[in-house]
Write a protein that binds this ligand. Sequence first.
Ligand SMILES: NC(=O)CCC(=O)C(=O)O
Length: 261
Amino acid sequence: MKYAVYQMDIIAGNPKKNREKVNNWAKETMANEKPDVLVLPEMWTTAFTLPELDEFADVNGEPTTSFLQELAKKHHVHIIGGSIANKKDGKFYNTSVVVDRKGSIVYTYDKIHLVPMLHEHKYLTGGTEKVRTFELEGVKMGVIICYDLRFPELARKLALEGVQVLHIVAEWPAPRKDHWRHLQLARAIENQMFVVSCNRVGSYDGEDFAGTSMIIDPWGTPLEIGSDSKEETLSTTLSLDIVPKIRKDVPIFSSRVPELY
Ligand SMILES: NC(=O)CCC(=O)C(=O)O
């Protein structure tokens, strides 16, 4: 399964221009890399323009969900659609959308853990639905959003449900870049799964973002690492058959004794 990750700089408060950017990137990437899966970062339509979300957020996922569905159908590609600011029943959520090659929505997820450091609680509502797995091409996958990475029990739950590829969509700030890098590696190693992350670059409101998107194999070896400041595409093919082999060679799942912890 070939991946292309868009480590994108986001134009703050301009969803139309960001959709145009993604459209152009997808066209170029599909022509050159021919991936099976595209991955976008967190809040890629708006950036963290939290006080102005009434003006910029999608409403019930639109128009961005339809945009992603059309894009997926046009290029015959699966899309891990990062996340969008999403107004539902008068509240704002940070919502991730996954669509398959046919343009069908296969999963949506409202970010559970809101970030105190970015004042998300003041403007957003945390998701209340349990995380679930989804499948693309018969492969079990999961998606979490940025700060969710700090909660190992979330990734472990998904691993115990059979996830082989965990996606992390992010706007992770530069001052905590080391945490970003090491926590991704830890999640891949401790759960023996591929980690595919997509973080933004650039800055907003005085905050620089860390880039360093990664594609990590289940042994914990980084296959691709983005720079910490440049827009770029990370591209690689995941050899999914190594997951069962690594889980057999270092059998942590059968060594667990959860009744004692
Ligand atoms: N967008 C985010 O969730 C940022 C998370 C963060 O800043 C951190 O965990 O540190």
